[in-house]
Design a protein around this ligand. Structure first.
Ligand code: NAD
Ligand code: WQD
Length: 340
């Protein structure tokens, strides 16, 4: 059995679908602070199976222990998605982020030791690279001082896992996600941003849907192909599949203490203008945009070298930018229709 923390969230729900479709028994833990319980219905509609669910604050050790008393002895693996992830909010409320993200991970590690659960996959982020000196970045590229408390929590969590795996019977992998976008092809699950989206693609789809008047592109004077920032946009379904490959690697790993890190991206950088143009190609919709000033904390460019994941996880991204944007748009339309 696999415990998926944050399993009703954006990436977690897509990973639940892939796990169930590949025969895993899945139990979801989430406090629904940034997701909705109805996601479980959608997972059931897609896969024909409803994961068992516990509503629990993972940062609360006592609450979590009660849940593990019920399920811990059946678990072989944990995929730990649960975390707060809003970069701007973390700048204003650092303690909320350190407490939630660090305590949650440490509570999970304590329960893993208590129930001798060997395998952990952790959601890290390309944010740990900051503005790298050279792109693409490999896992050996030095991490940099993070731009935000959120980013710091990812770096610190990686270190906590590394150090714990040296002394506890723990096999662990951190996956450093680049920029996840897109949605399941059924358009039954996807990203659900609360309020005005901070991220590019939800802003683009909401502008296309007429909810926002226009997209502001944050700066066109960067040293890039067209002056706008460059990122590595990875389809969430490809990303979800990477978790299965990571789990498989842990399942066959014979060392009792192991820790490894993998970049999960496409290996291709795309500028903001390229995303806007790809959206037009994928959907036929030209999104209104204007060029605004740079956003604080934005880096010029980051994209992944994925050689290590390609060779050691036998994983490769398969879906392209246009496919991802088309799926985001289908999700946006389906979601609005459902709520209308
Ligand atoms: P999300 O907010 O959709 O999902 C996270 C889930 O965790 C939510 O359902 C939320 O309710 C839950 N959660 C948060 N704190 C909790 C707690 N204390 N107890 C129980 N549940 C809790 O986010 P996502 O985009 O699916 O991200 C999943 C993971 O991937 C996070 O760790 C995030 O930091 C990481 N990540 C995300 C991105 C991205 O751009 N989406 C990029 C890199 C890494
Ligand atoms: C992408 C590009 C913006 C909105 C964030 C987190 C990072 C990781 C992934 C979790 C940038 C530009 C955006 C808009 C714009 N998350 N943009 N107009 O900042 O690369 O990464 O998500 O770990 O930690 O920081 O993603 O989608 O916000 O921005 O021009 O309205 O789009 O400047 O170049 P980002 P994003």
């Amino acid at each position: 059995m696999v415990i998926v923390t944050g399993g009703t969230g954006y990436i977690g729900s897509h990973t639940c679908v892939e796990l169930i479709n590949n025969g895993y028994d899945v139990v979801v833990l989430d406090n629904l602070s940034n997701s909705d319980e109805s996601v479980l219905n959608s997972i059931e509609e897609i896969t024909g199976k409803r994961p068992q669910f516990f509503k629990v604050d993972i940062d609360n050790a006592e609450q979590l222990a009660l849940v593990f008393n019920k399920i811990g002895s059946q678990a072989e693996s944990i995929i730990h998605f649960a975390a707060k992830k809003a970069v701007g909010e973390s700048v204003n409320e650092p303690l909320l982020y350190y407490r939630n993200n660090l305590d949650s991970l440490m509570n999970i590690l304590v329960e893993m030791e208590r129930f001798q659960i060997p395998n952990l996959v952790f959601s890290s982020s390309c944010t740990v690279y900051g503005q790298p000196d050279v792109c693409p970045v490999t896992e050996a590229t030095p991490r940099k001082e993070a731009e935000s408390p959120y980013g710091n929590t990812k770096s610190m969590c990686e270190d906590i896992i590394r150090d714990t795996s040296r002394v506890q019977q723990l096999k662990a992998i951190s996956l450093r996600y680049f920029n996840p976008i897109g949605a399941h092809e059924s358009a039954k699950i996807g990203e659900l941003p609360v309020g005005v989206p901070n991220n590019l693609v939800p802003f683009v789809t909401q502008t296309a849907a007429g909810i926002r008047k226009e997209l502001t592109i944050f700066g066109d004077d960067y040293d890039t192909i067209d002056g706008t920032c460059v990122r590595d946009y990875i389809h969430v379904v490809d990303l979800a599949k990477a978790h299965l490959r990571a789990l498989r690697k842990l399942e066959v790993e014979t060392r009792q203490n192991s820790y490894d890190i993998f970049n999960i991206g496409t290996g291709k950088g795309s500028s903001v203008l390229e995303v806007v143009n790809a959206f037009k190609k994928a959907t036929g919709i030209s999104v209104n945009y204007k060029i605004g000033s740079r956003r604080n904390g934005d880096i010029t460019a980051v994209y992944a070298d994925t050689t290590k994941a390609n060779t050691e996880l036998n994983w490769k991204s398969e879906l392209g930018l246009e496919e991802a944007l088309r799926s985001s748009w289908n999700w946006e339309r389906n979601y609005r229709k459902i709520r209308a």
